[in-house]
Design a protein around this ligand. Structure first.
Ligand code: S3P
Length: 181
């Protein structure tokens, strides 16, 4: 059975741009859990957090994940917090090859500050100032990302095209392994 390709990682680690690049390379469909949520809720993530609360957002996240994974083969860029729910992790591991995109807190802050979508899609997760929030949440999440990742890639120094090419070549080797086993 062909698996999906799942990109996980903290905010602004390149999941969306790399997934689009990979879609072109592999000629697979591409989806983004955040966009699916916004389509379903018919409002921005910032509004969902503000009006319905983070737990409502997390429930929508699990719903769109389940729905998206039915459409194989798919490249799925996931919101940074999606793997924190155990049920989501089980689904990801069952239906996908998982790539963890990493970046330092400094890079993440720079990218988030430079991204015009941050305001509508990335509400605060804590009461901490931005840099401290990134450090804190990343520290909490990293062991969980690591636990489910089949491949880890540092994105600090590399352009999205190079990372997409690296993932595509890894995936090809993985498919050969799977078909031989
Ligand atoms: C979140 C990350 C965001 C979005 C939401 C929550 C998180 O997605 O799902 O703001 O908990 O880290 P990106 O990782 O695509 O920015």
């Amino acid at each position: 059975m062909q698996k999906n390709l799942i990109l996980i990682g903290y905010r602004a680690t390149g999941k969306t741009s790399i997934s689009r690049q990979l879609g072109e390379t592999l000629q697979w469909n591409v989806a983004d859990s955040d966009r699916l949520i916004e389509q379903k809720a018919k409002k921005s993530i910032a509004k969902i957090f503000a009006e319905d609360g983070e737990p409502a957002f997390r429930n929508l996240e699990s719903e769109v994940l389940f729905e998206a994974l039915q459409k194989r083969p798919l490249i799925l860029a996931t919101g940074g917090g999606l793997p924190m729910r155990e049920a989501n992790r089980i689904l990801l591991q069952q239906f996908g090859k998982i790539v963890w995109l990493k970046a330092s807190p400094k890079t993440i802050l720079e990218r988030m500050s430079g991204d015009p979508n941050t305001e509508t899609t990335r509400p605060h997760l804590t009461q901490l100032p931005p840099f401290e929030e990134i450090q804190y949440v990343l520290e909490q999440r990293s062991p969980i990302y690591r636990e489910i990742a089949d491949l880890e890639i540092d994105t600090d120094q590399k352009p999205p095209e190079d990372i997409a090419a690296q993932i595509a070549s890894w995936l090809q080797k993985e498919s050969v392994k799977t078909s031989v086993c």
